[in-house]
Design a protein around this ligand. Structure first.
Ligand code: SF4
Ligand code: FES
Length: 248
């Protein structure tokens, strides 16, 4: 296949950045999208040019490292798929693709397609955990959990913190991510002792990181590679309001 790429090149956060065109010939439909970029980077290195920077690690859709915009869509055209699991058979000969980094004030560009997503880490650090004494693993069935809660908690726990929801949102809101992380723990018995503190502090940290406000547009849900539902945002808002304005 012949693919024309327009890739955002930006040396660092201080550089204003620009689109650069690259012509790819003989692209195999069996290549993953990142493998196609690996080939391009080898060609650039052979010419003595700077390779394109992009984040990646597992390349199995589980770590959340990868992600950029392909023709304006976070993680590209396939629903429920990270860019590392996207293959060139999803495109056709002669396609022109525009690759850009996540664009959000809370995600400053590090270089080219790589952005700094440590704001998401700080939201987790503010309350996305349970405080328990460490020791040997408890018996799996020691704490009964209603099936519906276990299923919803596991669905929320699927969030890989990729940041696509923020990039797709016209407000650059992190509500789907934060809602998923709060729901994951607040739905389980182990998460109850710190539920109120967690809900308040994670929402406060989300606001402090300069993410925008959620206005229920739903672009986040549409691009989420783990199909996290909007329901987690409603749950976060309810848990936050109950915790922030409780009278006891
Ligand atoms: S909610 Fe979805 S899009 Fe947002 S960080 Fe988690 S996995 Fe990525
Ligand atoms: S590289 Fe790990 S999810 Fe894509």
């Amino acid at each position: 296949m012949r693919i024309t790429l327009h890739v955002w090149r930006q040396r660092n956060g201080a550089d204003s950045g620009r689109m650069v065109q690259y012509q790819m010939e003989g692209v195999s439909e069996h290549m993953s999208f990142l493998e196609m970029l690996d080939v391009l980077n080898e060609q650039l290195a052979e010419k003595g040019e700077e390779p394109i920077a992009f984040d990646h690690d597992c390349r199995e859709g589980i770590c959340g490292s990868c992600g950029f915009m392909i023709n304006g869509v976070a993680h590209g055209p396939l629903p429920g798929v990270t860019v590392c699991q996207l293959h060139m058979r999803s495109f056709k000969d002669g396609d022109t693709l525009y690759l850009e980094p996540w664009r959000a004030r809370a995600f400053p560009v590090v270089k080219d397609l790589a952005v700094n997503r440590s704001a998401l880490d700080r939201i987790i650090a503010s309350g996305g955990f349970i405080s328990v004494a460490t020791g040997s693993a408890p018996d799996g069935n020691a704490i009964p959990i209603p099936k519906v809660n276990a299923d919803k908690a596991m669905d929320a726990a699927a969030c890989i913190a990729c940041g696509a929801c923020v990039a797709a949102c016209p407000n650059a809101a992190a509500a789907l991510f934060t809602g998923a992380k709060i729901a994951h723990l607040n739905l389980l018995p182990q998460g109850q002792p710190e539920k109120n503190r967690r809900s308040v502090s994670m929402v406060a940290q989300m606001n402090a990181e300069h993410f925008g406000n959620c206005t229920n547009i739903g672009e986040c849900e549409a691009v989420c590679p783990k199909l996290i539902p909007l329901e987690v945002i409603a749950r976060m808002n309810r848990d936050y309001l109950k915790a922030a304005f409780k009278n006891d």
